[in-house]
Design a protein around this ligand. Sequence first.
Ligand code: CMX
Length: 468
Amino acid sequence: NSTLKDTLKDLVPKRRTEFLQLRKELANTHLPDNDLTVGSILGGMRGLQLMYWQSSTLDPNLGIKFHGYTIQDCQKLLPGPKNPNIFYPEAMFWLLLTGEIPNSKQVMGLTKQWNEIVISNSNLETSHLPAEVNKLMESLPSTMHPMTQFAIGVSSLSHFSKFRDHYSRGLNNKLTMWEDTFDDVMTLLAFLPSLAGKIYARLHGSSTRHKGNNKDTTSLGEFNSKADWAKNLTSMLGLLNKGNSKNNDEDIIDLIRLYTGLHVDHEGGNVSAHATHLVGSALSDPMLSYSSGLLGLAGPLHGLAAQDVVKFLLETQKQVKDSTDEKQLEDYLWSILNNHRVIPGYGHAVLRREDPRFTAMVQFTKERQSQFKDDPNVNLMLLLSKVAPRVLAEYGKCKNPHPNVDSASGILFHHYGLNHLDFITVIFGCSRAMGPLAQLVWDRIYGLPIERPKSVDFNYLKKFSTLS
Ligand code: CMX
């Protein structure tokens, strides 16, 4: 009379032991007619060149390059506000799609197009979202994780997908469907700041009204049809005019511009990009495709690490008597590792050096030292980036002991008043949309096929081992 779970529980010890034995024994074994080893099939396909990606490649030692341009190149070459090293994310999207550095006029034109999409497709009486999407978002429990809300909101925009509509009516064909994909991508990117603003406002439990409109529960700040995408995102999160004289509005806008400009793409194999590409390969529309990417970004080993890092830093402040003392920090990190937990914000599946995106975030703090010098959490983040690599290198397990993309960003948002930590990954999701969605346009241009790798089962693998 045992339940399904009890039956499974009885099976687990034997099967797990057999599986681990098989994985060890066959690590270097090639299956018939297959160039891959069993080790790579069972090891997360690490390092295998199995995908085509148009816009970016990741060099383990140099970091990400967008059409050959490094992060530093982009900081120098892409149009932005006058402030050094800052560029508009719109400019990065242009580069991702075309491989060309746009001029300022082209970038301003793109911003204008996105803002027009928002204005002309929203019921401005109630929000800066299509009325149906706004209604749906209002119906979600405000306690639901922001990333779940975000993925729901993005997939609901599929209701307005030109690609889906034309496909169902037989109006597009293989040669032209990239154009509908492109138009949907523009719609989706245009609405991301409003959607993020909506979710953030609901997290606060109450929503301020823009223009004194009592019905509005859109965001904590205003949408400005003349502002750039990142400025609107910052504003709609209510991060402007916080009244703290030390924190200049222009700096927080620049942080969001820099962050959302840098996190757009990290070649194709990471979970959010790969999920978008995989689902898109079934000709699901861009909204459904990217919604699946967001669900992957919501995993703690991927984008959620950004919120985990901030929680970790705040917890470290509580647990360690003096967080400026390297020895105390080292001891604390060892206690984490000895409890079989990971140190969030460190390590990477591909990179083998400090993440250049982390370096750019740290550079941002150095350029504004007077603002950050008295923030104990930012100082802890900086000190940990020296201590943790030493500890992780001695621990000896992880292939890359250096800080990754998620190490610095969250605590900088926190510094500027973003106080719902669960929300941090939503900002990552706004940015990450650009790379995988640019790829989706190219998937359609090239007519790439549906992805359908072959899988192998336990009994087949067993034949090649001593278990047979
Ligand atoms: N702390 C403790 N242990 C770590 C570690 C860390 N920061 N990074 C890796 N390890 C461990 C792994 O858990 C693994 O242990 P097991 O053999 O017991 O499974 C071992 O070291 C080898 O791992 P690896 O080959 O170096 O790294 P993977 O490719 O398996 O994983 C990653 C990469 C990012 C998931 C991992 O480094 C990690 O968990 N880091 C912490 C979470 C994090 O910061 N994620 C954000 C990554 C950036 C992003 O993609 O968004």
